[in-house]
Design a protein around this ligand. Sequence first.
Ligand SMILES: [Zn+2]
Ligand SMILES: [Zn+2]
Ligand SMILES: [Zn+2]
Length: 252
Amino acid sequence: MTTATCAICSVALTRRWRNYRGVLVCTGHSDMPTCTFCFAPAPHHEHNFRYCTRCRGEAVDDNTARSIAAEVMTRLSEVGVTFAVRPTFRISDGTDRPTAFEGQGVLGWTSSRSIKGRPTSIEVVLRRGLTTEECAETFAHEVGHAYARSYGLRHSLLEEGFCEAIAYFYLLQYVPGSEAQRQRIIKRADDYGDAFRTAATTIRSDGITTLLSQLRDDPATRCPATADRCSRVKRSGTDADFTTEYASGGNP
Ligand SMILES: [Zn+2]
Ligand SMILES: [Zn+2]
Ligand SMILES: [Zn+2]
């Protein structure tokens, strides 16, 4: 029987180690910066993200990200997410993100401009180097903002909940194996989580098209903003959501 080795330092795992979704690492690396995506120790720094060995391997190239985005647009337009002003799309390494979006974990953002409350342009930006699931989830969330902005809407809590609900809906319908990711949306303990649960209640009782039209037709959601932005930050969660700790005698 061969002894399992640490994914970071290659030392044989005989005393204590942790299992990060199948990647085994000695406990001695716990003071290393953590992965932007999953909290594992992250020896790689690329595209302005921290990556563990596994997430770095799962990061997609720009062409793949573009085809994932195109697929999300097609699927969502089939359920009624269509635009008064069609958004443009680009991929960024994050260095050009507006100062309002400081922070390690910004995965994407939406900027819009309007004149006298009428939207004139909308841009959705996705960070370079996301994993397949993060691309789909983040892009679906931002497309929610693009939809809202294209109708001149702004209602911060309802809108965030709506965007999270679109991301959840997309993962559920079109991304097999995204259960863990959906659970994190459901369980999120911050404002995004609260807003999601509110929006999800409407989707469950009346369907996504009702939520779409609610958002579009409710005058309370209108606001004459001239420039507006929203960023999507990495999932909240704790180390414990992603790891199992083993001591010698456990099975790596
Ligand atoms: Zn090690
Ligand atoms: Zn990771
Ligand atoms: Zn958002």
